[in-house]
Design a binder for this molecule. Sequence first.
Ligand code: ZN
Length: 116
Amino acid sequence: MGKRRRSRRRGTKWEKKYRRTKEGMEQTLLSRREIDDNGCWLWTGFTRRGYGRIMWKQKVHDVHRVAAHIWLGFDLDSDLWVLHKNDCNRRCFNPNHLHIGTRADNERDLRQRRRN
Ligand SMILES: [Zn+2]
């Protein structure tokens, strides 16, 4: 895109049109889910390494992190991780199946999962 657009930080027509609101994003997520027998909300959009990925505010995010932001009040800029329940699919973004933890929590979960 042109230099002019990039130099103006906020309030341009272009940004208003393309920056999706939290409500808009919620609708987008809900329109691309498939609910499985576990009650998992499986993302049907673009994925990478098994995780749903989505563009928001000109950045690419993990779908489950965006879901935690919308429904659990998670800060997207946080260093914390959004983790899945043990039996969950990576594409799942059901907020009831997510919890917020540290990198160490994630490694512990993975170890436990390997043992099962
Ligand atoms: Zn799930």
